[in-house]
Design a protein around this ligand. Structure first.
Ligand code: FES
Length: 576
């Protein structure tokens, strides 16, 4: 049984409790907020970090979501304080929200540390908000619960179900190939995003919230509930009640997250056919808990984890189907022999206890263990002379004929070069070529945007080609698909071998053997390296200066070096 804190052991007591001039100031200003002693005396203060913004459609419901969390906090005898933080709106922020993940993580950490807070509820959903908030809260080192924003309703075009991102890429290729009309395309635009909530494919958002629940940071079942379902409000209120209890008991994820919990998260990622982005984020989140997650760990877990969820982009169904099929608990229930079921979670129970009674209601959407979609997970980690520090590929979302493939490189030196030459009728490319994009990594782009699903040249599309092997140091959207090798590390902009690839070089991929090789001799590579000059920075001021100087490579999670867990706690702020 956890030791329950007394009121004067609460962190917020340091602000409100003492009989001195400084606490007088805090209490008088709390009264200015319309609060009285009945609000704060002997009550845990719960911060609700709200990533609502008018330009983030995935979080459009977060004002009401926060009200439901507050209701739960009040019901349990806590004092809720809503604090707005940066909203990372995947679609609208350029060049990429990944550039700002660490900024939100820093903001979350500092906002929690500097205020009179005993626990936190984190409201996130759209891709980067989930890892950012969790990274920050882990570094702030206090009890927290993550409330996932929930997936939006399924998209619809006439009699066709539409999945976020996935069907946009699909129909864009059909439009470019002349198979649908501009009017069809406009109708698809009108029907692909029908409600608030995050993308409803198993993209990065759904992958990250599933992982978060598996880590034990959300209430069981929370991540699968559709955003517009009334059960979502009730889950938020339950999270509010739970965090008050956790604040009293100091149930702190920074203390209970272990390497085993991260193993569980990777199992979930592989079993749902999750986004490749989850690898970068999980490494960064684990780093904040002082746990090293090498890429080899992902590959090892992928090899032992069957893929059970038949969800787009790798499969057929959408998140609403997943929820009604039993959701994440039903899926995890199938995997208890490869999960560390003893891992604690935020509701005070173990992961195993939370999923023990979960059942599958639709075995088309969530396969039982003996009917797995594939015996292995959906993502593989590659090594070889082209990626000394690794690369990843989502082989579950590509045509199997590319699993072993060799072809000549067609190199684009950056995204502008790609855009300028892609549809050049004289581009020397065939269906067997390997499209290579350089300068798209954390430093090169900068921010490692989701450029990894390189668009296919129009002349190949018109010839009926729908997939080509593509290679870059970028990421790709979790809703994307195709034969895309991603996260090549080290990236080209810092002198990784990707920088030295030239047109016509033969590149070989072997997914079963997990290799990615450039058929160029070591001597020739050394000669090319000697000639190479690092690209000049286009911008070098402000936040970008910090980012470029401090960001780590993809295999290290792209966190800032100075934010890594050091083992020495950051001191509490002095109150004087
Ligand atoms: Fe927000 Fe996809 S755009 S989750």
């Amino acid at each position: 049984m956890p030791t329950r804190r007394t009121p004067d052991q609460l962190r917020s007591y340091r602000w409100f409790g003492p009989n001195d001039l400084r606490s007088f100031g805090h209490r008088s200003r709390a009264r200015q907020l319309g609060l009285g002693p009945e609000d704060w005396q002997g009550k845990p203060v719960i911060a609700i970090l709200n990533t609502w913004s008018e330009i983030n459609p995935c979080h459009l419901h977060f004002k009401v979501l926060a009200e439901n969390v507050k209701k739960g906090v009040l019901q349990a005898g806590g004092m809720p304080i809503e604090i707005p933080v940066l909203s990372l709106s995947e679609n609208f922020m350029k060049p990429t929200t990944m550039l700002y993940r660490n900024l939100l993580a820093m903001e979350a950490e500092e906002v929690l540390r500097c205020h009179p807070v005993d626990g936190a509820v984190l409201l996130g959903a759209c891709d980067k908000t989930t890892p950012a908030l969790i990274m920050g809260a882990l570094s702030a080192d206090m009890p927290f619960i993550f409330v996932p924003g929930g997936p939006m309703l399924r998209g619809q075009w006439r009699d066709q179900t539409l999945g976020s991102g996935t069907d946009a890429w699909k129909y864009w290729a059909e439009l470019r190939a002349g198979n649908i009309t501009q009017d069809d395309w406009c109708e698809i635009e009108d029907g692909i995003a029908r409600s608030h909530g995050h993308c409803m494919t198993m993209g990065t958002a759904a992958t990250m919230t599933a992982i978060t629940e598996t880590l034990g940071l959300s209430l069981p079942g929370a991540s699968s509930i559709p955003a517009s379902d009334a059960r979502h409000w009730r889950m938020a209120a339950a999270s509010g009640r739970q965090i008050v209890e956790n604040a009293w008991n100091d149930l702190n994820p920074a203390k209970f997250l272990t390497k085993e919990a991260f193993h569980n998260a990777i199992v979930a990622d592989m079993a749902v056919g999750g986004s490749t982005n989850a690898i970068v984020h999980l490494i960064a989140m684990a780093g904040r808990a002082g746990i090293k997650l090498p890429l080899s760990e992902f590959d090892a877990v992928s090899r032992l984890t069957p893929r059970l969820a038949d969800l787009r982009p790798a499969g057929r169904f959408l998140m609403e189907d997943f929820y009604f099929a039993g959701g994440l608990p039903a899926l995890l229930n199938q995997l208890t022999d490869i999960l560390h079921t003893e891992c604690p979670t935020v509701n005070g129970k173990t992961l195993g206890e939370n999923v023990a009674d979960a059942v599958i209601h639709n075995t088309e959407v969530i396969r039982s263990r003996d009917q797995a979609l594939s015996p292995e997970g959906g993502t593989a980690v590659l090594t070889g002379n082209l990626c000394p520090d690794g690369a990843v590929i989502k082989h579950s979302a590509m045509e199997e004929r590319f699993w072993t493939h060799s072809g000549p490189a067609v190199v684009f030196k950056d995204y502008e070069d790609l855009a300028a030459r892609l549809d050049d009728p004289d581009l020397p490319i065939t269906a067997d070529s390997v499209m290579v994009l350089q300068s798209a990594g954390p430093v090169g782009a900068p921010g490692m945007p989701e450029w990894g699903m390189l668009p296919l040249p129009k002349k190949l599309l018109e010839a009926g080609v729908r997939d080509v092997l593509r290679l870059s140091d970028a990421r790709m959207s979790g809703t994307s698909y195709g034969a895309c090798i991603l996260h090549v590390a080290p990236e080209s902009a810092v002198g990784g071998p990707l920088a030295f690839v030239r047109d016509g070089d033969i590149i070989s991929l072997n997914v079963p053997e997990r290799t990615l090789t450039l058929d160029v001799s070591d001597e020739e590579l050394a000669a090319r390296r000697a000639e190479w000059q690092a690209p000049k920075r286009k911008v070098d001021r402000g936040y970008l200066h910090l980012f470029l100087n401090e960001v780590t490579q993809a295999n290290e999670g792209c966190d800032f070096r100075f934010l890594h867990h050091t083992g020495t706690p950051t001191p509490e702020p002095r109150i004087h």
